[in-house]
Design a protein around this ligand. Sequence first.
Ligand code: HEC
Length: 153
Amino acid sequence: MPACGAAAMAVAAGMLVGEPSLAADDIPRGASLYAEHCASCHGERLEGAPHWRTRGADGLYPAPPHDETGHTWHHGDRLLFDYTKLGGEGALAALGVPDFESGMPGFGHVLGDEEIRAVLAFIKSTWPEAIRRHQAQVTGQEAEAGSGEQAPP
Ligand code: HEC
């Protein structure tokens, strides 16, 4: 998972920038935004594209699941926010990893910050409790390693 690996290294190096916190409200709104903007690639039931672990003919990885079989939950809130707002390439560039090719488009021109938070809150709301706890821990570590912004409550 090159995107994952590179991002994890950059996070560990404390180079993360971006939004500090996600509100856990407005999940129904997030669900409909997900259906409208994300389901075409990530699947209506968050199941991801078929064969998402294998690069396609274009050399890019297909969209991974957002359910517990994927690796969205391996990342903290800020990275998820940046990935959605800036796209894969933009998020990695912001982390100091240039020229990363990603099939994940940026939604910064389509969705407002609150809408991005709502979509991510919806995705998180589908995870089992243990996975949500793990992801919250990663978010805490990310905040410590990051730009010194406050961790989400
Ligand atoms: C055009 C297809 C497409 C659409 C639409 C799309 N994505 Fe993606 N997304 C991808 C691909 C392909 C990847 C994997 C490539 C990568 O990691 O760079 C990805 C990766 C991600 C990741 C990183 C996951 C991880 O485990 O590393 C997040 C978060 C994400 N998408 C969120 C969203 C959200 C939220 C939406 C809707 C607002 C959305 N995506 C819409 C194609 C898409």
